[in-house]
Design a protein around this ligand. Structure first.
Ligand code: PEP
Ligand code: MG
Length: 951
């Protein structure tokens, strides 16, 4: 039995198990598991991660009892192997390797061949009958121990080795003979003495003790700490230490070492995948000094060239063939046992195969889907497990163009990666820089024309902006990718790009665009408009120059997996889409409705913006004059005689002024009405038979105002007022905090005609489509409601228009009027708000903004640091903060349904496509999540997983 400090393992029996990773580390737990399964694992033991923690708590001294436990386990190991540590005739040699609960490849330390000394090396030579091998092991040990335990840089040893190779006139270490290696050991020991002021330790217990200390110590070396930071690995105790009997891949030409996957981790193909090196130890594969061979070439290994091969070539071939067969058996056993793809390390020693490690194999999205489906079809896992196996975040990769993996690595090697920003919208893009939206449109149009004439595909454009605004929509549409210097994951650029399925890197502080000078500086390098850059929106990276792109792979397995997911999914998945094109994309991806159609983007289209601006600029006048008029009318009722006549004259003049302003205002609204109607008709047609939630206007006012003098002059002329009047109106409407200002239903209440026009457009579009035979299901959504009264007022106004339109058309049609819950007060009073709502939709972008008091457009300046320093676990605009904002969601659902038990509730904030948030939504009882079209498959898979998890 284990003594709780150390867990022993040997082929056929082990104290540990695979589910003990937290205590034994991934490597230790799986060495135990493989031993239990009967795989050929050299015996050894694992010192627990708790001991590592105790080591740090105990001033870097071993905790009490560990020494005695070590003695006991060394004795067991000596018994299992029939060898003794330090024996001068037949020494036991061990490896000492790190292994945390979460794999941290290459970050921590390893020492091989421990136990050798000046006497044991002779014993090893005698015992193995191979002097060269023994000295090779010793020189490796001196170097590794020197480096790991005493921090002597590798280059000191490597420089010496290089010189010896040159002297001997050979290319590889494996070509050095015993005598040369013996000389090298002597030189290495000199390096050791010069660097440490001590002789190389000869006592194996002492070697072991110091190697274990060094592995514990490597838990906190700078690269391991940084790796944990980058990969958000938190809450681990430390590293375990695995002490294991050495087997030798460097015991001549019938020995080798290698790494493998039970299936191809890039494509998922069911074929052994991996590499090996003859006459080598593990670090040679990693070091990349010699090029390893494909593991499937093992049976073809031809040693006839090696004059010094220990066995005849024919015999060696047969031996390799046998070891390959053993590896195929291992593949089978591992998959049968773990029921998943394994990534393993192996060593062949003179014809005998040993397993040194196994873990779940990391894989690309394509492979993950392929493997899950195939394992299920082979009967190794059931469908539910297959659905659970694929990370929903990964599958978005399958829907977008990507960089060719080799081309990207080459670009990195060439130092072309310039900067990193937020991975705002996945996929990859290559194109010429455009610094304004107009330039992007012009450049794209010219490029399309040129490409058409030349009969080729048009090259891409990358729109690079400080940040984007709704006015940039045309340029964003024309671009292949978008790069912004500012803004978070819910910034305008990020939201719009995701909606469009376009690659976007946002909030990249190293980008300094100067649109006037037509240059942008990226990480200190200057690029002119027209220069080519590449973006990886999945990783948030910016590269100089072009990187080759590959098309998305919509494999058959992907379709199968999504079909299986549908068997379990219970919560609906809708999409956020503002155009028929996006709606179609969403429907193709399986969306069951539109959960958010934002109408403000429609207002920016060419030919409309001037009408919108006239409407916005005259709305305050109309409101002011209407108020004046009603005050005068009230005053009139309280007067008579001369006074009344005066008021009548005043009323007449106010009415004249109102009529003039109304003409402009109503004129603008009338211009917009048919345009909006057309927008909605397009979406209703695409969404035939499915609900479409259209949100009434919700812009921060300033986004619509004309700031450029030319535009102001143009509008002034149209409106028949001096340019100065337009400029001062723009000034008047400027707000200190537009996100908390005159937007959403506040706008609808103060300027009711705008909402009325929109409701009319929605209902007339619905009527027209219904007459065409389309099954229309309109749902009107009022944004930014904080009190029940706000919703009541907006609802009454909207209902009146709906009735009027339906009556005029003589059509009966069901419609809904609901609200967004995005102001915390609306959640707190959801029972009252629900009185006037047919549905709720949580706008968690604003809800997060207001719950935290973080401006969603400015979080880029501090939230990344909060996440780095673990002040926040995640960016709350990306991953719903279940602890805080989640309470507002849960409360809103519960209180809303107190009033209306069947109230339909959804979410349309960006979190609606984030898998962990989707699962939370399922748990709190939402009817559906709504997300950007390209996230629909992600949300569908996450929703299926949520249902399976809660079974
Ligand atoms: C929200 O606030 O979550 C939302 C969907 O609305 P918008 O992002 O348009 O403010
Ligand atoms: Mg909102």
């Amino acid at each position: 039995m284990a003594d709780n400090m150390i867990y022993f393992f040997k082929q056929g029996e082990a104290d540990g198990r695979t589910d003990m990773k937290a205590l034994l580390g991934g490597k230790g737990a799986n060495l135990a598991e493989m031993s239990n399964v009967g795989l050929p694992v050299p015996p050894g033991f694992t010192i627990t991660t708790e001991m590592c923690r105790a080591f740090y708590e105990n001033d870097q001294q071993w905790p009490e009892g560990l020494e005695a436990a070590m003695d006991g386990n060394i004795a067991k190991l000596e018994e299992a192997t029939g060898r003794r540590l330090g024996d001068k005739d037949d020494p036991l040699l061990v490896s000492v390797r790190s292994g945390a609960a979460v794999s941290m490849p290459g970050m921590m330390d390893t020492v091989l061949n421990l136990g050798l000394n000046d006497a044991a090396v002779l014993g090893l030579a005698k015992q193995s009958g191979d002097e060269r091998f023994a000295w090779d092991c010793y020189r490796r040990f001196v170097q590794m121990f020197g480096n790991v335990a005493m921090f002597i840089p590798h280059r000191q040893f490597d420089g010496m080795l290089h010189a010896e190779r040159e002297k001997a006139g050979v290319q590889f270490d494996s070509q050095l003979g015993a005598e040369q290696l013996q000389e090298i050991v002597a030189e290495f020991k000199k390096i050791y003495r010069a660097s440490t002021d001590e002789e190389f330790p000869q006592e194996p217990r002492e070697q072991l003790r110091r190697a274990i200390d060094a592995v514990f110590g490597s838990w906190n070396n700078p690269q391991a700490v940084r790796y944990r930071e980058i990969n958000e690995i938190k809450g681990l105790l430390g590293t375990a230490v695995n002490v294991q009997t050495m087997v030798f891949g460097n015991m001549g030409h019938t020995s080798f070492t290698g790494v493998g996957f039970t299936r191809n981790p890039a494509t998922g193909e069911n074929k052994l995948y991996g590499e090996y090196l003859v006459n080598a130890q593990g670090e040679d594969v990693v070091a990349g000094i010699r090029t390893p061979k494909d593991v499937n070439d093992l049976p073809a290994e031809d040693l006839s060239d090696f004059a010094e091969c220990e066995v005849p070539a024919e015999e060696a071939k047969e031996l390799y063939g046998r070891m390959y067969e053993q590896l195929l058996d291992v593949k089978h056993t591992l998959e049968e046992h773990y029921r998943d793809v394994q990534d393993f390390e192996f060593t062949g020693q003179e014809g005998e195969l040993f397993m040194l490690q196994t873990r779940t194999g990391k894989r690309t999205a394509v492979a993950a889907v392929h493997i899950a489906v195939e394992l299920s079809e082979e009967g190794l896992i059931d469908r539910k497990t297959a659905v659970m196996r694929v990370d929903p975040n990964q599958i978005e990769q399958l829907l977008h163009k990507q960089f060719d993996a080799d081309a990207k690595t080459a670009a990195e090697d060439e130092g072309r990666m310039l900067a990193t920003g937020l991975p705002a919208s996945p996929g990859a893009a290559v194109g010429r820089i455009a610094l304004t939206a107009d330039d992007a449109e012009e450049m794209a149009a010219a490029e399309h024309e040129a490409a058409r004439e030349e009969g080729r595909d048009p090259a891409g454009i990358i729109l690079v902006r400080e940040e984007t605004s709704p006015e940039d929509i045309g340029g964003m549409d024309a671009a292949m990718g978008i790069l912004t210097a500012r803004g978070g994951m819910t910034s305008h650029a990020a939201v719009v790009a995701r909606g469009m399925g376009k690659c976007c890197v946002a909030g990249c502080g190293a980008v300094l665009p100067d649109e006037d000078a037509k240059v942008v500086t990226i990480a200190g390098k200057e690029f002119r408009e027209g220069d080519v850059i590449s973006l990886d929106g999945t990783m948030g990276q910016v590269f100089a120059g072009a990187i080759e792109l590959v098309e998305p792979e919509m494999t058959g397995a992907f379709g199968t997996l999504m079909e299986w997911a549908e068997e379990y999914r219970k919560m609906g998945v809708w999409a956020n889409a503002d155009t028929p094109h996006d709606a179609q994309q969403a429907r193709d991806f399986g969306a069951e409705g539109i959960g958010l159609c934002r109408t403000e983007h429609m207002f920016f289209e060419e030919g409309r913006i001037a009408s919108v601006r006239r409407m916005m600029l005259t709305a305050p006048d109309v409101r002011r004059i209407e108020r004046q008029l009603s005050q005068a009318q009230l005053a009139r009722t309280q007067t008579s005689g001369e006074e009344m006549k005066k008021i009548d004259a005043e009323i007449a003049s106010i009415e004249a002024e109102l009529a003039a302003k109304r003409k402009l205002y109503d004129g603008a609204l009338e211009e917009l009405l048919p345009e909006q109607r057309k927008d909605f008709e397009g979406i209703f047609r695409v969404m035939d038979g499915l609900p479409v939630v259209i949100r009434l206007l919700d812009p921060p006012l300033h986004e619509f105002l004309p700031h450029e003098p030319e535009m102001q002059a143009y509008l002034a002329e149209q409106m028949g007022v001096p340019a100065q009047a337009v400029a001062s109106r723009v000034n008047e409407l400027r707000e200190f905090n537009p996100m908390l200002g005159h937007r959403g239903c506040r706008l609808g209440i103060t300027y009711p005609d705008i909402y009325k026009m929109q409701v009319r457009a929605i209902m007339e579009a619905a009527v027209n489509c219904k007459k065409e035979g389309v099954d229309v299901r309109p749902e009107i959504m009022i944004p930014l409601v904080g009190t029940d009264n706000e919703l009541r007022v907006c609802r009454e106004a909207a209902e009146a228009v709906c009735r009027e339109v339906l009556e005029a058309a003589g059509v009966e049609m069901a419609y809904k009027i609901g609200t967004m819950i995005e102001v915390p007060r609306a959640s707190l009073t959801a029972d009252r708000v629900a009185e006037y709502a047919d549905f709720f939709s949580f706008g968690t972008n604003d809800l997060t903004q207001m719950a935290y008091g973080f401006s969603r457009d400015d979080v880029g300046t501090f939230v990344p640091e909060y996440v780095d320093r673990e002040i926040l676990e995640n960016d709350p605009f990306q991953v719903l903060d279940q602890t805080g904002v989640g309470q507002l969601v849960a409360m809103g659902v519960e209180r809303g349904r107190q009033t209306k038990p069947d109230l339909k509730v959804g979410i349309c904030g960006e979190h609606g496509g984030e898998p962990r948030s989707v699962k939370f939504c399922y748990r709190v009882g939402l009817n559906y999540v709504s997300c950007s079209p390209y996230r629909v498959p992600v949300a569908r898979l996450a929703a299926a997983q949520a249902a399976i998890e809660s079974e």
